[in-house]
Ligand binder design. Sequence first.
Ligand code: C5P
Length: 236
Amino acid sequence: MEKRELIYEGKAKRLFNTDDVNVVIAEFKDDLTAFNGAKKDSEAGKGALNNKISTELFKMLANEGVESHFVAMLDDNHMVCKKVDIIMIEVIVRNVATGSLSKNLGIPDGKILPFTLVEFDYKNDALGDPKLNDQHCLILELVKNEAELDQLRSMARHINDILRPYFHARGLNLVDFKLEFGRDSEGKIILADEISPDNCRFWDLETGEKMDKDRFRQGMGGLKVAYEEVLKRILN
Ligand code: C5P
């Protein structure tokens, strides 16, 4: 597999073309950003941890029948992925209120939601990733039709139904997370991006300790130790 030219650089990853037109290499960066890039830092080893955590989760989901862009982990910081056209919608899944949900709607932090909430945010840094409703998604032509929005919601709920007990068995409460989806070369919508403590919130079931990027957002320190602990529990 030959790593060729850079095709995209995001806040946490770089994507490179390869000698196979249907395959890209994702490089997981050590960079940390929060508040739409307003807060920035770097933590050596963070990219490798997210690559390993995502690899294990994509493999586990594949065993459960959830198709993703994951092909293989290449080395510590690189993942081989199917090339997809990313759908510019961040699909947010919430089991417990916190973060922007609590801030925007006044729902008490830590309140268990009566049902799993799925929200759409516009993947658009220049606009600050605003909330979308279904009509916005259609007007912006982010998807082809309403059925595709229902498909995104049902795929996200299905993934939550797998991930939530998986993490519960490992002593972690899956509070909320963000997913991205893309279209493969045949137009099929599959899971893409990464699943890691950068885009999930995990609270330790016993202590309530935050084991995710909120440690950086809230200036708590101990980010790498927390990510290492998440990986350890996944591998056990
Ligand atoms: O900030 P907010 O409460 O909306 O985040 C909800 C979930 O989505 C969190 O797990 C957060 O890590 C994730 N998220 C993300 N990327 C964004 C926005 C949210 O990974 N741009």
